[in-house]
Write a protein that binds this ligand. Structure first.
Ligand code: BG6
Length: 479
């Protein structure tokens, strides 16, 4: 629908930016922190771009005060960060590392002092390696108890001041990349295990949400789902069906569980026929049903377009572009269900990610119609090469254009009636891209950090910093 005029952003809209512990903190072995799965994985030759790791990252652990000052200067209303599990429990459980608690206490207090609402992500992919070694991490149901216990520790420590919580960040991505494509730790390719691991993660997510009600009754919690809405390549019914298959198996498979505690029917039956559906135990579905989130967190970067894939068609998990060489991404497919195709109707980034602001509006409406939940856009942003000009400035007009177009789409969705409570740009400062080093930059603040050599980690405000500051000050009326 085309609107003649758009509704304003709500008065209390949470204008924000986001980060994740492993990508910014550094201090990987400081103050009692334990080893994470990522600390181990990045040391395996060939796993990350030019062998980058998060040992130092952008050293936020030591520079958080400066970073919060920059957030305050920008006028951020909210900042989404994650807690490193092995910083709190070096061995995953057992004795709490007080210095880890202290660090996040200091960060939270600094945010609140500057009127910035903290949004705390409990898990953004850095698992204590001790749990991986002991019982395979997410491969065992034992993780549910340990994750619940870790979450309760955070609720008790920070729940008096932190009212917005994200449970798991992108469960669909960390399970898929960890167990289907082997690109993330533990680097396994096993479809059956992938669905089982994912089920354990759903149970852990539900257990943590259930406990949340006891410890932070006035707070709000939800997962952050990496939502890539599915499009059909053509209006041929078989392509429309392929897109339906993909929407169900790659999106509803998670969101239905979060919102309803149910796996979608056709996908459940499909996986059952293949012998790879997760094994459920008594009480699992009850737990999933008892743990409805307060909002759906959405990390939106792009849509995906699908066409029919015959039974003897393409089987491939695809090739990701982790180099920034445009045109190197390969399509993926599941025979009999769908295969991805390039959508010629949109531009792509240098990493071959589709640029599709309208896809965000479409996705927000789909979630609203299906789940009737408020939505927190917990990530959206542009990963690109940035250039530092001779005068030291960074003129990232392409990022302004990208974020501006997505904010417009959100405003249209709000006008449609979608309840969007906030928007977090990915990311506040430049940070370590898990697989792409520091050349793929997302920040509103540039950090002088690179794959090779020693650098001074100086923070410089990009053009987008000043622009977003104005957007916030005008509550989105100046996009
Ligand atoms: C999201 C993650 O999937 O995408 C972030 O939650 C990540 O942690 C972001 O950095 C961008 O991914 P990439 O691969 O471009 O760094």
């Amino acid at each position: 629908m085309l609107h003649e005029s758009l509704k304003s952003f709500p008065k209390d809209f949470l204008w924000g930016a986001a980060s994740a512990a492993y990508q910014i903190e550094g201090a990987w072995d400081v103050d009692g922190k334990g080893i994470s799965n990522w600390d181990k994985f990045v040391r395996i030759p060939g796993k990350t771009f030019k062998g980058t790791n998060g040992d130092v990252a952008v050293d936020h652990y030591h520079r958080y005060r400066e970073d919060v000052q920059l957030m305050a200067e920008m006028g951020l209303k909210t900042y989404r960060f994650s807690v490193s599990w092995p910083r709190i429990y070096p061995n995953g459980r057992g004795e709490v590392n007080q210095k880890g608690i202290d660090f996040y206490n200091n960060l939270i207090d600094a945010l609140i002092k500057n009127n910035i609402e903290p949004i705390l992500t409990i898990y953004h992919w850095d698992l204590p390696q001790a749990l991986q070694d002991e019982y395979g991490g997410w491969e065992s149901r034992k993780i549910v108890e340990d994750f619940k216990n870790y979450s309760i520790t955070l609720y008790k420590a920070f729940g008096d001041r932190v009212k917005y919580w994200v449970s798991l960040n992108e469960q669909n991505i960390f399970t898929r990349l960890g167990y289907q494509t082997a690109m993330h730790p533990p680097g396994v390719k096993d479809d059956k295990l992938f669905y089982q691991v994912n089920h354990h993660a759903s149970l852990a997510n539900a257990a943590a949400i259930k406990e949340f009600r006891n410890y932070v009754p006035d707070g709000k919690i939800g997962p952050s789902f990496a939502y890539s809405p599915a499009y059909g390549a053509t209006s041929k019914p078989e392509d429309v069906l392929a897109a339906e298959n993909a929407e169900e198996l790659t999106n509803h498979w998670w969101m239905d569980v979060y919102a309803w505690g149910e796996y979608p029917t056709a996908s459940w039956n499909y996986l059952g026929r293949k012998g790879i559906a997760p094994q459920l135990e008594d009480g699992d579905l009850e737990l999933l049903k008892e743990s409805k989130p307060d909002f759906m967190g959405v990390n939106y970067y792009q849509t995906t377009t699908y066409e029919k894939n015959p039974l003897d068609g393409v089987t491939s998990e695809g090739h990701f572009n982790n180099t920034g060489k445009k045109g190197t991404m390969e399509d993926t497919g599941v025979p009999g269900l769908f295969k991805t195709v390039k959508n010629e109707n949109m531009e792509r980034t240098n990493w071959d990610w589709n640029i599709d602001p309208q896809g965000l509006r479409i996705g927000l409406r789909r979630i609203t119609n299906r789940y009737s939940l408020p939505i927190l856009i917990s990530e959206n942003g542009l990963g690109e090469y940035d250039k530092v000009e001779a005068d030291g400035s960074i003129q990232d007009h392409y990022r302004i254009h990208y974020i501006g177009a997505h904010l417009k789409a959100i405003q249209e969705a709000i006008t449609d009636g979608v309840d969007v409570i906030g928007y977090c740009v990915w990311s506040f400062t430049d940070l370590l891209s898990w697989l792409n080093g520091f050349q793929k930059r997302y920040g509103l603040v540039h950090v002088n950090q690179h794959e090779e050599g020693e650098h001074d980690l100086k923070r410089t405000k990009k053009k987008s910093f000043y622009w977003y500051k104005e957007v916030i000050a005008s509550n989105g009326s100046e996009l």
